[in-house]
Write a protein that binds this ligand. Structure first.
Ligand SMILES: O=C[C@H](O)COP(=O)(O)O
Length: 222
């Protein structure tokens, strides 16, 4: 069963000590409650605890490292991410690429800790490869459209439909999101028509003058 999911990646757009992330997360929560659409937010590692403890919505890590407890320095440890309040994680974002072996290990690490996994891919072939590793979601995002304001669902619909078909063939339990340039209600509606179950997005909302109004528009055509 697929229900619509929106994941808002805050990247490193927001400076300060987390108040900005909390404010955007509160807007997400309000829009999620009003629309009935699940909206998750992926803040900076350091803001996961603050956001998750102040706002009742799904929080995702932007990445994690496949290491356990022990002699590891400078890594994003899955148990700390989970204990901070995250329910899921992005893996292999275009701005934080991993090797195939590390994608596999990150999925296993996250799943073993009970976190949902969203593996980002850049084309149909990598969507197929990611599906073979069995994450919860594959999020296909052509890198050239990221941050462009040109929605993948209109500029490159074939990468979405191609990923949906490939993922379904390889592992029907994996659901597909799409991302890059998504910001408006018509972009989300087009993404759903192409067979994805939702979107992964960032700049169109986080950099908007009024993120709450931008989110209201995003869900307005579903
Ligand atoms: O994680 C989000 C994606 O990279 C999309 O970013 P964008 O919405 O700014 O194009």
């Amino acid at each position: 069963m697929s229900s619509t999911l929106i994941v808002l990646n805050l990247k490193t757009y927001l400076e300060g000590t987390g108040e900005g992330a909390v404010k955007v997360a509160q807007a997400c929560k309000e829009v999620a409650d009003n629309s009935g659409i699940e909206i998750g937010v992926a803040p900076q590692f350091c803001d996961i605890y603050r956001v998750a403890s102040q706002v009742d919505l799904p929080v995702y890590s932007q990445s994690l490292d496949p290491v356990g407890a022990g002699s590891f320095t400078g890594h994003a440890f899955v148990q700390s991410i989970k204990d901070a309040g995250a329910v899921g994680t992005l893996i292999n974002h275009s701005e934080c690429r991993l090797t195939l072996a590390n994608i596999d290990a990150s999925i296993t690490t996250a799943r073993d800790a009970g976190l949902k996994t969203v593996v980002c891919t850049n084309n149909v072939a990598t969507s197929a490869a990611a599906a073979a590793l069995g994450p919860d979601y594959v999020a296909v995002e052509p890198p050239e459209l990221i941050g462009s304001g040109i929605p993948v669902s209109k500029a490159d619909p074939g990468v979405v439909t191609g990923s949906v078909d490939a993922v379904k063939r390889i592992n029907p339990a994996v659901q597909v999101l799409c991302g890059a340039g998504i910001s408006k209600g018509e972009d989300l509606a087009a993404a759903l028509e192409l067979g994805s179950v939702g979107v992964l997005l960032a700049s169109g909302i986080v950099k908007a003058a009024d993120p709450k109004a931008a989110l209201d528009d995003l869900v307005s055509k579903v």
